[in-house]
Design a binder for this molecule. Sequence first.
Ligand SMILES: Nc1nc2c(ncn2[C@@H]2O[C@H](COP(=O)(O)OP(=O)(O)OP(=O)(O)O)[C@@H](O)[C@H]2O)c(=O)[nH]1
Length: 337
Amino acid sequence: MGDASNIEPVKFNVSDMNDSMLHTLLELVSDGIWDWNANTGFVYRNARWYEMLGYSPHALDNTVLAWENVIHPEDYPRVMARIDDHLSGRSPVYQVEYRCRTQDGSYVWIEDRGQVLVRNADGSVARMVGVHRSIEDKRRLVEELERRNHSLEAMIEERTRELSRVNQQLQLQLEENRKLAHTDTLTDIANRYRLEQVLPQACERAQRFREPLSLIAMDVDDFKNINDHYGHALGDAALVHVVENIKRFVREGDLLARWGGDEFIMILANTPLADARTLAEAIRHGLADLLPVGDFQVTMSFGVVQRFDEEQQTGLMARADQALYRSKIAGKNVISV
Ligand SMILES: Nc1nc2c(ncn2[C@@H]2O[C@H](COP(=O)(O)OP(=O)(O)OP(=O)(O)O)[C@@H](O)[C@H]2O)c(=O)[nH]1
């Protein structure tokens, strides 16, 4: 048995290694290595460099041109710009990603990193080494992410369009609902709900600005007879015609509403009793223009009132109704104030 402590260790300096030894060593490295002697033009590439591009080891010329020839034409200017930056000293390292043509004509993405090791006395490059590393997996991942990103963006765009379509429909529906909530479906004028909203505001306004506010309550006379003799459908039609007829007398700022059944209310802002009564008279006369329903000439009874100072809407409505009732008692087709 020998004594290991007596064995002299082999003394080795990297500087002792010649190019051939170095290249033998580099053949074992798993990255693609290139070593460019710029003064001779000789480029050494290790086995892995060739393998990455599908070539058998050392299948290409040991020239810079052999490398330039495999660079994708679209990437070529970018690669040359980077290498110029480094050779001229503008950037401390050379690093760039680009596509290289493989032996079967397809392209693979690689990352190329290099550095000038030795410069000549005049500053020109004497020797530069570098590493090729396949970044196919990384690029595939990036492309996949980009693809997903695009499809996600397209999906978002589509959803946004869809949402705005739905939103528009909802807006239309909302407007329709709002209209329906305030409108009498048969006659298309304001309904009782709307009247009950507007009347308190009209009273407040009249009080605030000390303006006269009047109401006309009107009700079709013996309307039940129309329904009974000619049916509900003709009754409906008669109500619509009555409203069309009255509408001719509605001024800007007035509100004509259907209180319910065959009764209607007109709110007359800034209108004293005398004017309201004149208007009611005009409406009453205007009804004569209506075609009779069968033997039945439609007439209406009216109650006209002007708001008292400090009077609320309920009091005002009640007085209008009482005046209307008096007209019915008085034989109908008349106006009571
Ligand atoms: N066709 C139709 N009839 C309705 C509608 N709403 C209420 N009516 C009917 O209208 C009639 C109203 O009758 P009243 O106001 O009580 O009595 P009238 O026959 O008009 O008699 P006076 O009011 O005393 O002149 C009832 O027969 C209700 O059924 C409607 O929307 N369409």
